[in-house]
Design a protein. Structure first.
Length: 597
């Protein structure tokens, strides 16, 4: 295929601005899908994604479109729209020459519009601004275009106005892609270099590797070499997603498609790797990407110890199709044998949990999530901490470091004060304020990730009645005065309840945590002391008095916020209790930490 008829692009947008709808509309108009399939939103094919209206995994689809008598091959590489998946956005963009920046005609520029647009600019892509939902009864198209110019720096004159839902202006989108996005460069007879930008596991064909050919040509039947580790593999099939998998004889420069080869497990495919031919290999690999780092961890324990292997199988299955989810066995005095699971962020964690809940019937106890910390030890070594329980004695720690996120909020002007207070309360460092127009502003803070992961998003939404949006990016670790806070129940440390807190906050949090626990744990036949301690020093204490005769069982109550609903959905009741010494601790108690932020 002559590269002059190829275009590779992504659609970047804030969540809910209509990316999936536009992608499907492009497929519909090109005849790749039927009206019925359009209604079913084919690009988001996982249940969880549909339920949450987000696209998690990057996908690729090839669209054939005839323009002025020529058939063009347009490769759309889908990107996820949420903060947790930044790394997937940049890996998808690396396979493109252009991007459509899609913006809701009423909501205007939001936090992820800015973040994703910047990512596209950094990747040197040609960007086409597309204002979507022009069919809405109330729109602010002109203001929205001004916002794009002010905060992102893209001129309004060539912006398109469309309705993805009603199919208005879609042919203009095709034309703009063909006109404004440059065709890929690359010679067909150069040594092969193809970028691996995704992979997935298919029950019938095994590992499917998504590639974008940069130069050279790959034929079916050839032997390829992965430049990362030099491993070789026979190519059984090459093809494109149209959107179903359609095999072809070869993929040339600029083309996007898949390889089915003898690779056995997804773990053998490294996103960002370069594929070349075993014979006549390329000399240098393409620039890859940084590996995503898990920033949020939690423990998952089966209530019934005999479910351990079953849980391992389930976690393994989930990790097969999501290389950014990790898990490793660990044991807890309080909870027995379980797994420490690593996620990119809180949303990622919720998605995995939801999948786990949908797919199996293991009763789980989950510990409160924590972020990754970095320690500089007195012996000069650094250590990453993914479980508060693993923090060594204070004497061995020279520096306690926590992850810092550069966080951008876009909020109505009247809420600026509230957001600034919220950030100040969370040890934020103010960076800047920039107005998008007369009514809205972008505020940037540096915040400890640990302070934002639990409830920042909920707080922002309630402070701005749903109008505020945020986006964050980890910029590194910074030294902070952090301590490990232990919880003792009846004089015994419960390891699964240990947390890491800022020293200045320790007493307040300790006090409210033991109060909270007092509510969660039922009375027993004896008195139970609940204590929070730093090292040997007790900083808070509550006493749960002994059960007297004729006292009816205590009801669990309390407020359940949006985030906890998911856990609350988990069957409550007797099964979700852990016997700890003489004391029964319910599942909810292990999440109490979340309620005392
Ligand atoms: P994504 O999160 O960016 O993928 O957004 P979706 O494509 O899932 O769309 C989010 C919501 O906006 C859905 O309810 C769509 O039906 C709706 N939507 C998308 N495009 C339009 C449009 O052009 N007009 C209107 N009125 N609604 C739209
Ligand atoms: Mg979507």
């Amino acid at each position: 295929m002559d590269t002059k008829y190829i275009r590779n692009f992504s659609i970047v947008a804030h969540i809910d601005h209509g990316k999936s709808t536009l992608a499907d509309q492009l497929l519909l108009l090109s005849g790749a899908i039927t009206q019925r399939e359009f209604k079913e939103q084919i690009l988001d094919d996982l249940d969880v994604e549909k339920e949450r209206g987000i696209t998690v995994k990057a996908r690729a689809v090839t669209i054939h479109y005839t323009h002025e008598g020529e058939v063009y091959e347009l490769n759309l590489i889908d990107t996820p729209g949420h903060v947790d998946f930044h790394y997937e956005v940049s890996r998808s963009l690396a396979a493109c020459e252009g991007a459509l920046l899609l913006i809701d005609a009423f909501q205007g520029v939001q936090a992820q519009s800015v973040a994703n647009a910047y990512a596209a600019i950094e990747a040197d892509l040609s960007i086409i601004t597309v204002v979507n939902k022009i069919d809405l009864p109330v729109t602010r198209i002109e203001e929205v275009l001004e916002e794009v110019e002010t905060i992102i720096g893209l001129p309004p004159d060539e912006a398109l106005r469309v309705s993805a839902k009603q199919g208005i202006g879609i042919h203009d989108v095709f034309k703009a892609i063909i006109k404004h996005i440059p065709p890929p460069a690359g010679l067909a007879d150069a040594p092969l270099r193809a970028l691996v930008f995704d992979s997935k596991y298919d029950n019938y064909r095994g590992v499917i590797t998504y590639i974008r050919v940069k130069e050279g040509t790959l034929h079916k039947g050839q032997t390829i070499k992965f430049m990362n580790d030099g491993s070789k593999s026979h190519v059984i099939e090459v093809g494109q997603f149209c959107p179903k998998m359609v095999s072809c004889d070869s993929l040339g420069p600029g083309q996007v498609g898949y390889i089915v080869s003898g690779v056995k497990t997804l773990g053998d495919i490294h996103v960002g790797d370069t594929v070349t031919l075993a014979e006549n290999p390329a000399e240098k690999a393409l620039p890859g990407y940084a590996k995503p780092q898990q920033m949020v961890f939690c423990g998952m324990y089966p209530i019934d110890a005999t479910d351990f292997e079953k849980l391992r199988d389930e976690l393994h299955k989930l990790s097969l199709n999501d290389a950014s989810f990790t898990f490793a066995p660990e044991s807890s005095d309080a909870l027995g044998f379980g797994f420490r699971c690593g996620f990119l962020g809180m949303l990622h964690m919720e998605i995995i949990q939801q999948r786990l809940e949908q797919e199996q019937e293991i009763d789980l106890i989950q510990t409160a999530p924590n972020v990754t910390y970095e320690l500089l030890l007195t012996n000069g070594q650094t250590q990453l901490i993914d479980n508060p329980e693993n923090v060594p004695d204070a004497g061995q720690i020279q520096e306690f470091r926590e992850p810092i996120a550069k966080t951008a909020f876009i909020v109505p002007g009247e809420n600026i004060g509230t957001i600034m207070q919220l950030c100040a309360d969370r040890r934020g460092i103010y960076k800047s304020t920039e107005y998008l127009g007369p009514l809205r502003a972008q505020i940037v803070y540096e915040l400890p990730l640990g302070e934002i992961v639990y409830d920042m998003h909920d707080r922002l939404k309630s402070a701005t009645r749903g109008y505020g949006t945020m986006d964050y990016e980890i910029i590194g670790f910074k030294e902070s005065d952090l301590v490990k806070m232990d919880i003792l129940v009846k004089g015994v440390k419960v390891d699964a309840l240990a947390t890491i807190v800022h020293r200045s906050e320790a007493e307040r949090r300790g006090r409210s945590l033991v109060k909270r626990l007092k509510k969660e744990i039922s009375k027993h036949q004896f008195e139970i002391a609940l204590q929070a301690a730093i090292g040997a020093r007790v900083i808070a204490r509550e006493t749960l008095s002994a059960l007297r005769k004729n006292v009816t069982a205590k009801c669990y109550g309390g407020d359940i916020t949006r985030k906890r609903k998911l856990w609350a959905k988990q069957k409550e009741g007797k099964k979700r209790m852990k016997q700890f010494g003489q004391v029964e601790i319910p599942q909810k108690a292990f999440l109490s930490v979340l309620d005392v932020a």
